[in-house]
Design a protein around this ligand. Structure first.
Ligand SMILES: C[S@@+](CC[C@H](N)C(=O)[O-])C[C@H]1O[C@@H](n2cnc3c(N)ncnc32)[C@H](O)[C@@H]1O
Length: 307
């Protein structure tokens, strides 16, 4: 394979910078419509998805969680609700998005959620300074994604989790193509009608289409250096929860527990575990849990769906 020349690399990095500025400008334009459109377009399901995301993060009691691409801070608030003694650093590139969410953290929450304007590719944080990290519907917007994966890994304490909530790839047909029609036609039209910004909601559909599928993303996270990765599909794979764990830390964060199974709440779809190439021993999947099966990243083509 041909290696990219230094010039290609420079050009790509300039393109990524321009893309970052365009994304920030776009979210700045739609910030005031963002929450309304989120809830309306998902029929309120987004609230549950964010709750599930917060639930798998498992920061240490009294610790600090990073909510990257925090936007209007719904995930930050969900984290403080589920972990009453955890503080949250809400980092986002776009100031108007954070400003739009400020009302949610007035009063007591202002002591626990700190909004910070920052770039996920270059976090203003020391190494191993956060106990857990989340990103909801944000990783799709960051280029290159690998820079964010690595930057979060750097900031996580050993054993900490990077939990990603994201749409599944829009290239796969869901519900006989009904979802794909919704994504490509209904969503941009409705988004334009409400926010007046056709480009923003077309961009949303495009980035969902281009997003890697769950196995490619798992591979990326393992390549970035995470010790183990798993994902849970929700709503027929329209949305995924991906969890990537840094090596080290205390044993006992069972994958099953994180996926919600041990508390009696079944994962919506088969969840899969990818064991990374770190020296850390993977946790034993709960034997009672039929949903949870392992496959190795060396053989990403063979997952439970293929059996
Ligand atoms: C779709 S919104 C998600 C907001 C929020 N997490 C939620 O659940 O609603 C995507 C956010 O990613 C932010 N973003 C894009 N690129 C970023 C980057 N490089 N660093 C930090 N935030 C970024 C945007 O500003 C935007 O607020």
């Amino acid at each position: 394979m041909q290696r990219p020349s230094p010039l290609d690399h420079k050009e790509q990095s300039q393109r990524d910078q321009i893309h970052g500025r365009q994304v920030a400008a776009m979210f700045g334009r739609i910030a005031r419509w963002y929450d309304f459109l989120n809830h309306a377009l998902s029929l309120g399901l987004d609230i549950y998805w964010r709750w599930r995301l917060a639930r798998v993060a498992l920061p240490r009691p009294g610790g600090v969680a990073l909510d990257l691409a925090a936007g209007t801070m719904d995930v930050s608030v969900a984290l403080t609700r589920q972990y009453p003694d955890v503080r949250v650093l809400a980092v986002d590139y776009t100031l108007p998005m954070l400003a739009q969410g400020k009302g949610k953290i007035a009063g007591a929450l202002s002591e626990r959620i700190l909004p910070v304007q920052g770039d996920g590719r270059n976090l203003p944080l020391p190494d191993e300074s956060v106990d857990a990290a989340t990103i909801a519907f944000g990783i799709r917007n960051i280029r290159p994604r690998m820079a964010a994966h690595r930057e979060v890994l750097r900031c996580l304490k050993p054993g900490g989790r990077f939990c990603i909530l994201e749409f599944g790839t829009g290239r796969r047909k869901v519900w006989g193509g009904l979802y794909n029609f919704y994504l490509n036609s209904v969503l941009p039209a409705f988004g334009r009608l409400v926010s007046g910004d056709r480009a923003a909601y077309r961009y949303l559909a495009e980035t969902i289409r281009e997003f890697p599928d769950e196995r490619q993303l798992a591979r990326e996270l393992v390549d970035a250096g995470y010790a183990r990765v798993f994902h849970v599909a929700m709503l027929s794979g329209i949305v995924y929860l991906h969890v990537a764990e840094k090596a080290g830390g205390m044993p006992g964060k069972g994958f099953g527990e994180a996926a919600g199974e041990t508390s009696g709440e079944a994962a919506d779809e088969a969840s899969q575990v990818v064991v990374g190439n770190s020296a850390a021993a993977p946790a034993e999947p709960d034997g009672s849990d039929e949903l949870l099966r392992c496959f190795t990243p060396q053989d990403p083509g063979k997952g439970p769906e293929d059996e």
